[in-house]
Design a binder for this molecule. Structure first.
Ligand SMILES: Cc1cc2nc3c(=O)[nH]c(=O)nc-3n(C[C@H](O)[C@H](O)[C@H](O)COP(=O)(O)O)c2cc1C
Length: 230
């Protein structure tokens, strides 16, 4: 694979793509909430470029870089896609017996928000279809880290978004809409825009609940913030 010498010798030099992302890594990681509501301002090409360039710096299987990023900003294309996205969203819900808003599980925090995005996808300022150049779960897994790079870079530039998935029901029509070849696949669809809801601390289970040392069922004594490190 080719890479520019500048990338290798001075990846963070002033004026480099990396230097456009000065937010501390800790701040970006710990405040990277899913953003599903956006202000209407469009994303400039330079901002998208910085976000997507960071995505292409992600690791992949054997450095295969078997990804393709399709950016969509055209309103007519977005409207056509939004219809498919909505259909896909409800198709996924139907698989677990949810056929209307009344069926949403009580107290579920995410579903109403994801539903709102599904209903209003046409208004999303931009979206990226993260595609794999081959089919199958292995090819898909190889491009997954690019999604997190993309979202972290976006966060660093004050741009929000979230990972979303489609459904096989709409696959052929999505391929037709964006000219995606049959041997490729859409892995994630990532809406992007300046957030209408705030970034902020993400809610996650404490480390101690999910951490083991040596064996699955052996807690790590150092998991708590107050404990001494390993
Ligand atoms: C593989 C994957 C698929 C996801 N699919 C969807 C989706 O289809 N629609 C959606 O609105 N959010 C989707 N999400 C976003 C998650 O709901 C979100 O990351 C999670 O609820 C944590 O949100 P938070 O970071 O704001 O706490 C997906 C996330 C992942 C990692």
């Amino acid at each position: 694979m080719s890479s520019t010498p500048a990338d290798e010798t001075a990846p963070t030099a002033p004026g480099s793509a990396a230097a456009r992302l000065p937010m501390p890594l800790g701040e970006a990681l710990y405040t990277l909430r899913a953003i599903r509501r956006f202000r209407p301002e469009p994303l400039a090409g330079g901002v998208l470029r910085a976000i997507l360039e960071a995505a292409t710096r992600a690791p992949s299987c054997g450095n295969s870089q078997g990804w393709r990023f399709i950016v969509v900003r055209d309103r007519a294309q977005m409207q056509a896609f939004a219809r498919l996205y909505r259909e896909a969203w409800w198709a996924k819900r139907a698989e677990v017996g949810i056929r209307s808003v009344e069926d949403f599980p009580a107290g579920h925090r995410v579903m109403p928000r994801a539903h709102r995005l599904a209903e209003q996808f046409a208004e999303v300022p931009a979206m990226v279809l993260l595609c794999a150049t081959d089919r199958g779960p292995d090819a898909a897994a190889c491009v997954v880290p690019a999604a997190q790079n993309l979202l972290l870079a976006a966060r660093g530039l004050g741009v929000g978004g979230t990972i979303t998935t489609l459904h096989p029901l709409v696959e052929e029509r999505v391929h037709a809409l964006f000219g995606i070849p049959a041997e490729a696949q859409v892995v994630y669809c990532i809406p992007l825009g300046y957030p209408a809801t705030p970034f902020g601390a993400v809610r996650r289970r404490p480390l101690a609940e999910v951490l083991a040392e040596g064996r699955w069922d052996t807690p790590a004594a150092w998991a708590d913030a107050g404990a001494r490190g390993p």
